[in-house]
Design a protein around this ligand. Sequence first.
Ligand SMILES: Cc1cc2nc3c(=O)[nH]c(=O)nc-3n(C[C@H](O)[C@H](O)[C@H](O)COP(=O)(O)OP(=O)(O)OC[C@H]3O[C@@H](n4cnc5c(N)ncnc54)[C@H](O)[C@@H]3O)c2cc1C
Ligand SMILES: *[C@@H]1O[C@H](CO)[C@@H](O)[C@H](O)[C@H]1NC(C)=O
Ligand SMILES: *[C@@H]1O[C@H](CO)[C@@H](O)[C@H](O)[C@H]1NC(C)=O
Ligand SMILES: *[C@@H]1O[C@H](CO)[C@@H](O)[C@H](O)[C@H]1NC(C)=O
Ligand SMILES: *[C@@H]1O[C@H](CO)[C@@H](O)[C@H](O)[C@H]1NC(C)=O
Ligand SMILES: *[C@@H]1O[C@H](CO)[C@@H](O)[C@H](O)[C@H]1NC(C)=O
Length: 457
Amino acid sequence: MTNIWSSATLLCVLTLILEVTDVLTVSKPIERACVIGAGYSGLAVARYLQEYGVNYTVFEASRHVGGTWRFDPHVGTDEDGLPLFTSMYKNLRTNTPRHTMEFSGFPFPEDTPSYPTGTCFYKYLKLFTKKFDLIKFIQLRSYVTSIKRANDRWNVTYMRTDTRDNHTEECDFVVVSTGEYSNPVWPKFEGQSTFKGNIIHSHDYKEPEAYTNRRVLLVGAGPSGLDLAIHLSNITSKLVHSHHLTYNQPDFSDSYIKKPDIKSFTTSGVIFQDDTYEDVDDVIFCTGYELALPFLDENTGVTKTGKFVLPLYQDIVNIRYPTMAFVGISKKIINRVLDAQAQYTALLAAGKFELPHQNDMLKTWLSRAHALQARGKRIVDINAIGEAMDQYFGNLTREAGVTRAPPVLTEIRDFNAVNRLEDLMNYREYDYYITDEYHFARSYNPRMGVPCPIDIE
Ligand SMILES: Cc1cc2nc3c(=O)[nH]c(=O)nc-3n(C[C@H](O)[C@H](O)[C@H](O)COP(=O)(O)OP(=O)(O)OC[C@H]3O[C@@H](n4cnc5c(N)ncnc54)[C@H](O)[C@@H]3O)c2cc1C
Ligand SMILES: *[C@@H]1O[C@H](CO)[C@@H](O)[C@H](O)[C@H]1NC(C)=O
Ligand SMILES: *[C@@H]1O[C@H](CO)[C@@H](O)[C@H](O)[C@H]1NC(C)=O
Ligand SMILES: *[C@@H]1O[C@H](CO)[C@@H](O)[C@H](O)[C@H]1NC(C)=O
Ligand SMILES: *[C@@H]1O[C@H](CO)[C@@H](O)[C@H](O)[C@H]1NC(C)=O
Ligand SMILES: *[C@@H]1O[C@H](CO)[C@@H](O)[C@H](O)[C@H]1NC(C)=O
């Protein structure tokens, strides 16, 4: 079966086609835009809405801006009893050069290492908030529980975490920028419930000290799995790492043991697919995240699962109701894509360009889905931009006038993705220099422990 469509998806798309045929994109002035979430994406949207003179409010659940870049010592729920959205841990350094992560026109101070710490990136976000004076339009402690189509507008309902009161506000335009790395994926293995040790997800991992002289199993070798292997290998008495990534494995400590995927748990340890066994005290599932958009009412006209949202024009605009935009749903991208999507969204809200007719947006989307199929991908990959990233930047610029991100950023992204797996222990010890629009250079310059040049409270 090579068809990428599940019958449910097909049904949804057909219904949509039938519904939109005689609806026109009516561009009327936006009286008010509402943005959900004040992480990197929401802050970028706010900056551009402000620049284009759109009246807006950002609703942020927590007491803070910065999203996942803010370290929070709470586990599971935050100080207000809300689910903790940040997945940050201590000692994190970015796994991508900062040049690919900077907001357009807002570089880090020049002496910042190319791979700053998580703390430094958080300071950068706070500096951005201050520089563009965004805080007065950000309503903190406002946890959005529902977004619903009502009278040709959007009803956004949120709970204030101080009073626990619920409020509904009407918005002409709504931007969903609630992040995609907050909701952990938990695998289930045979015997797991009988295991007597501790099991957590990397979402809840905070610092290495808790694992001193313990026998620890890490599951997965995505960015978190590889990072935690580095952070924990010299601290644990034994570090078992179960994964199936092919890469240039560095010399971790002598107590590091590579294993294949898990077969089952026993009360005191784990049996692997090769039938070997290891005793362990603690397990950390570094098994990634799923989308969670529980607040989207069914009448918003998008189909969502933990893996995708569809159909979105340019991976941003809700085709059914083009006054709803998503920033940060895309996969396999650099942060600069979030900035470009934010600018596109704000230009749209400000009426600075016009979308194609809905049928044409849908056709574009369908041809993208077919191209995906032709490349042997499946519908779950519909939000992955990946290798088409530079073309995507070009398209947003051509259609809406978004500031063109230079092709060199894609070059850096591609180089870093390979280099990281070839030289895991040292790849962050280089500094990058952009030499022109297409080229970069790098030089070895270990700066572990160099203080963040951004000084902000
Ligand atoms: C541990 C970790 C390390 C990472 N490292 C890198 C890296 O090195 N390089 C890189 O390019 N990318 C990295 N990323 C990706 C990272 O997600 C992006 O850099 C960026 O932070 C995404 O920003 P965002 O605003 O889309 O989402 P988030 O930062 O998750 O912000 C979402 C915001 O929405 C709020 N929110 C959520 N739900 C609601 C609601 N219902 N109502 C109101 N507010 C709500 C949250 O409180 C949060 O403030 C990393 C991610 C993680 C988790
Ligand atoms: C912005 O929107 C709010 C909420 O609808 C409204 O009270 C306010 O008057 C608007 N401001 C402007 C300048 O339009
Ligand atoms: C939308 O919100 C307004 C204001 O709170 C309310 O009067 C209206 O009934 C709501 N509509 C729907 C469909 O929920
Ligand atoms: C607000 O709504 C939430 C559900 O979203 C509910 O649990 C809570 O009790 C409501 N608060 C009040 C004061 O009604
Ligand atoms: C672990 O310790 C050894 C010896 O001190 C050191 O060479 C190595 O770099 C350390 N590894 C990590 C990942 O910190
Ligand atoms: C960019 O636009 C071209 C022409 O419309 C289209 O063929 C291509 O698929 C688009 N690429 C991306 C990544 O959106």
